[in-house]
Design a protein around this ligand. Structure first.
Ligand code: BGC
Length: 422
């Protein structure tokens, strides 16, 4: 308790200091937003460009602060040091429990006036609002909804192999074995902890179903964490490990997408930001590539939503910050951005008309999962548990995927390190 209050006071003090020094140069910076984000791939940069242009149209200057790395762990490390040095950016791409964490520190900006004017309470889905608000205060502006239980396939490759879109785990494995026999990389993957964890989201859902996902990844129930089902999840991860190429280690996710785009690999298991790479390469869903839910998970959605958390800035920069928050939730921007990014709108009242086949499917799946209580936060992308627990999952998943650890041992280590992190 005492530690928390001290941290809060320290952050507030630092911000006040920053505000005083910033006010000296305030006029020059008045209409500027400094934006910390991890959207550095081709498709991501293009999507972000729609926000930059929207703001430039309102004479707001964009100061870019990119920190690569899906899941945002590296960006969050940079953010902490910026806040500690009393120099928080205007807006920070952020997800799930991280937003709640910063909201509780008392250093985020209050967006309630903008939210009220834009009727956010009525149009933003409850699953996102839960993270955007603390104690009745809006701290962040939701940009999109992504989900992780997706697979992306090269259509020409599948046609050549005579493979239909797999609907069960066994069909999926057998399709990949066919690709292997034909000399292709069955599964394009980048060996980075967050990518391993992204695959794990889908594998766990496919293996245990939604109740198991909730028990294991959200409730952190020890019986679920140490179950036979969890062991099977790790067995399936090992099965996938045998279907990636030799050079997967450390590869960025968008380079793995490129392997599917250029026909070197058959599939990639990745969130729907991968679609942004296909679109950016001029590819068309249904013609050049296929999108389908991780076999065995249709009807469920493991979601993550990007939001821009706003930090307290001096008076001179307040106006531009509020304009940015307001622009993000406008229906026009939601369509312009999400049709490029691969995600779907963070509002429930936007038509799917402008979206391609995969986007329409994503919107319909989201609606269905919301109604059936099968919409559940992605562990890999910070929507199932706070960062310390997420990192405990990352550590064991990646050690098992990349080493000789048995599934039995992984289950044991997982339960222990989750317990330690709670
Ligand atoms: C974000 C996406 C991003 C992806 C890869 C995820 O955590 O939600 O917006 O495209 O990471 O960088």
């Amino acid at each position: 308790m005492t530690a928390k209050i001290t941290i809060k006071k320290t952050f507030k003090g630092l911000l006040l200091g920053a505000a005083i020094s910033a006010s000296i140069t305030g006029a020059a910076q008045a209409a500027e937003v400094e934006v910390l984000h991890w959207w550095t791939s081709g498709g991501e940069a293009k999507a972000l460009g729609t926000l930059r242009e929207t703001l430039q149209g309102q004479d707001i200057t964009w100061k870019d602060m990119p920190v690569a790395g899906g899941g945002g762990s590296s960006a969050m490390t940079v953010l902490r040091s910026r806040v500690m040095s009393g120099n928080a950016p205007t807006a920070v791409q952020m997800m799930g429990f991280d937003i709640l964490d910063w909201g509780e520190q008392g250093v985020t900006a209050n967006l309630n006036d903008v939210a009220k004017a834009g009727n956010w309470d009525a149009v933003v889905p409850a699953a996102l609002k839960r993270f955007a608000k603390t104690n009745g205060q809006w701290n962040s502006a939701p940009v999109n909804v992504h989900s992780t239980n997706w697979v992306w396939g090269n259509k020409a490759v599948l046609d050549k192999l005579g493979v239909a879109v797999p609907t069960s785990w066994d069909e999926f494995i057998s399709a990949m074995q066919k690709a292997k026999a034909a000399g292709l990389t069955p599964l394009a993957h980048g060996g980075q902890a967050w990518q391993d964890a992204t695959v794990f989201d889908g594998v766990l859902m496919a293996t245990g179903g939604v109740d198991f996902y909730r028990k294991a990844l959200v409730d952190l129930d020890e019986t679920a964490l140490t179950s036979q089902t969890m062991e099977q999840v790790f067995d399936r991860m090992k099965q996938l490990r045998g279907l990636v190429d030799d050079n997967f280690s450390g590869r960025d996710w968008n380079l793995a997408s490129a392997m599917v785009i250029n026909g070197q690999a058959a599939f990639q298991m990745m969130g729907d930001w991968a679609k942004g790479e296909f679109l950016n390469a001029g590819k068309v869903p249904g013609e050049d590539f296929v999108c389908f839910r991780t076999p065995g998970t249709q009807g469920t959605v493991t979601f993550n939503a990007d939001q821009f958390a706003m930090f307290q800035v001096d008076e001179a920069r307040h106006d531009a910050q509020m304009k940015m928050a307001s622009a993000i939730l406008s229906p026009e921007f939601q369509i312009a951005f999400n049709t490029v990014k691969g995600s779907v709108p963070a509002r429930t009242d936007v038509s799917d008309e402008a979206f391609d086949a995969c986007g329409k499917k994503a919107m319909a799946d989201l609606k269905e999962a919301g109604a059936n209580d099968t919409l559940i936060g992605s562990m890999a992308h910070g929507h199932a548990s706070p960062a310390a627990v997420k990192n405990a999952f990352y550590d064991v998943i990646t050690a098992h995927f990349n080493g000789d650890m048995s599934s039995k041992e992984a289950v044991k280590q997982l339960a222990a390190s989750v317990k330690n992190a709670i």
